[in-house]
Ligand binder design. Structure first.
Ligand code: 13P
Length: 251
């Protein structure tokens, strides 16, 4: 099955408003006939970028969301708030949220569940740490992250999910997992989805790779059978790098 590729830029905690607008002025001109482009800026830049991108087929997505609908949760942002400004997709489970902000599998399960039952699309991130890769138990780690995070969802909910395999040891390090390592995991993930859901779901769900994707390795990674695009950190902050990565996916 042919799945349309996604190239999503995760800007993390970078870019003031002016810097965002400047980079976006370039992004709107990128040719993207066969690829879905998504940009995840900080909360403060969501609304202005949404207005700027709306006429240019670029989706603006959030980097985080709370698992409750509203209330006394100082500093948090809800699904309803995101939807009220037209943002319909959010990244959940990024390794930085897990390791720096204490988001456990159980919290992430609540976030994915709440978001997908309330009309939100989710990019669900997961991946093993270096030690787990070296110990050889990374399949178990990934399976557990997926079991708690997405395998208990309903069919309607899983249709709203895109998966993103991001080995922690490859994030921001310049070290990319090699093509065999990536394809091995992506195939394993698709099989897990197949065991739990109908074949149409496992064939159509998009599985992104993230971790030091650059113009020099994007073609090779995006050509792998079970890779449906990338979640890009550092390289998404540089216009020419991001443009090359989009071109690598636009096939
Ligand atoms: P880098 O592309 O900087 O390695 O970051 C990947 C990432 O964390 C995307 O979410």
């Amino acid at each position: 099955m042919k799945r349309k590729k996604i190239v999503a830029g995760n800007w993390k905690m970078n870019m003031t408003l002016d810097e965002s607008i400047e980079l976006s002025n370039g992004l709107i001109n990128i040719n993207k006939s066969n690829v879905d482009i998504m940009i995840a800026p900080s909360f403060t830049n969501l609304y202005p970028l949404k207005k700027q991108f709306d006429a240019h087929q670029i989706d603006v997505i959030a980097q985080n969301v709370n698992q409750n609908s509203k209330g006394a949760f100082t500093g948090e942002v809800s699904v309803e708030m995101l939807k009220s400004i037209g943002v319909n997709c959010v990244i959940i489970g990024h390794s930085e949220r897990r390791s720096l902000f204490g988001e456990t599998d159980q919290i992430l399960c609540k976030k994915v569940n709440y978001a997908t039952s309330n009309g939100m699309n989710v990019i669900f991130c997961f991946g093993e740490e270096l030690q787990q890769r070296q110990n050889g138990n990374y399949f178990d780690v990934i399976q557990k992250q997926l079991e708690v995070g997405v395998l208990s969802l309903s069919t309607e909910q899983i249709k709203k999910v895109t998966l993103a395999y991001e080995p922690v040891w490859a994030i921001g390090t310049g070290v990319t997992a090699n093509p065999d390592q990536i394809q091995e995991i992506h195939k394993f993930i698709r099989n897990l989805i197949h065991q739990r859901f109908e074949e149409t779901i496992s064939n159509s769900i998009r599985i992104l790779y993230g971790g030091s994707v650059k113009p020099t390795n994007a073609v090779e990674i995006f050509n792998l059978a079970d890779v449906d695009g990338g979640l890009i950190g550092g390289a998404s902050l540089k216009f020419t790098d991001f443009q090359s990565i989009v071109e690598a996916a636009d096939v």
